[in-house]
Design a protein around this ligand. Structure first.
Ligand code: SAH
Length: 226
């Protein structure tokens, strides 16, 4: 899978993909992330990509021309399955959306800044708008990194143990069961006996029960979705 990201702050996206699971995904050639500086398509030599908003009011708006030119230039190199704009008024990211996006081949993600991007770009170039939650951040870079992380770990072969993503929270609308590691006795706090039993069937049953119980307690709404 290839993900291209368009941003005015490429430095913000250096670290998130350079470590851990996403690093491994890149090394295994399962995921390629290319970050592009929107200022390459600036309207003048000062690197301008934003301007005052029509109708007045504080805050700059990202201009049509650099965005349209960038999208068109990048689209010549590959056909994007989705051209995504990160925005607080988009469709809220969830595990189901991450699963769907992980099956695509080429994605372009656009990070907004300031007041956001000119609405004509949203209307005419963007195919999907994603929010990471009901709060406002100052730029689309961290949201884009979250989307890439959520998708990247679902690409088959990225996680060491192929099945492990299947047991994460929200897959099957259930929260994950509690987990423990050594020592079995920490300051007299004991690991549940059953996990030490060595009986995989019993352990599985216990985990399923715990998942269900946690979901009932913490997110009963997930059970209604089934
Ligand atoms: N004025 C806009 C917010 C602009 S925030 C509004 O009220 O809707 C600046 C940029 O940060 C946005 O263009 C978007 O790309 C990004 N951003 C902020 N919060 C976000 C969120 N919850 N989800 C996704 N992107 C977000």
């Amino acid at each position: 899978m290839k993900i291209d990201i368009l941003t005015v702050l490429p430095e913000l996206l250096e670290s998130p993909f350079a470590h851990s699971i996403l690093k491994r995904a890149k090394e295994k050639n399962l995921l390629e992330v290319n970050v592009h500086n929107l200022r390459q398509w600036a309207v003048n030599e000062y690197g301008q990509v934003d301007d005052y908003q029509y109708g007045g009011g504080a805050g700059m708006v990202m201009m049509c021309e650099p965005l349209a030119n960038a999208i068109e230039a990048l689209s010549k190199e590959k056909k994007f399955d989705e051209i995504i704009y990160m925005t607080p008024d988009g469709e809220k990211l969830d595990q189901k959306m991450a699963n769907q996006l992980s099956m695509k081949e080429n994605l372009l993600i656009i990070c907004g800044h300031y007041k956001g991007i000119d609405d004509r770009i949203r209307e005419n170039f963007i195919t999907k708008e994603i929010s990471i939650g009901d709060y406002v951040l100052s730029g689309g870079e961290l949201p884009a990194a979250i989307v890439v992380d959520a998708i990247g770990r679902l690409i088959p072969g990225v996680l060491n143990n192929e099945t492990s993503a299947l047991f994460d929270s929200f897959q099957d609308n259930l929260l994950a069961p509690p987990v423990y590691t050594r020592p079995a006795d920490f300051r007299n706090l004991k690991v549940p006996e059953i996990l030490l039993s060595g009986d995989p069937k019993k352990v599985d049953e216990w985990r399923n029960e715990q998942s269900l119980q946690r979901t009932k307690e913490r997110r009963p709404d997930l059970l209604d979705e089934q």
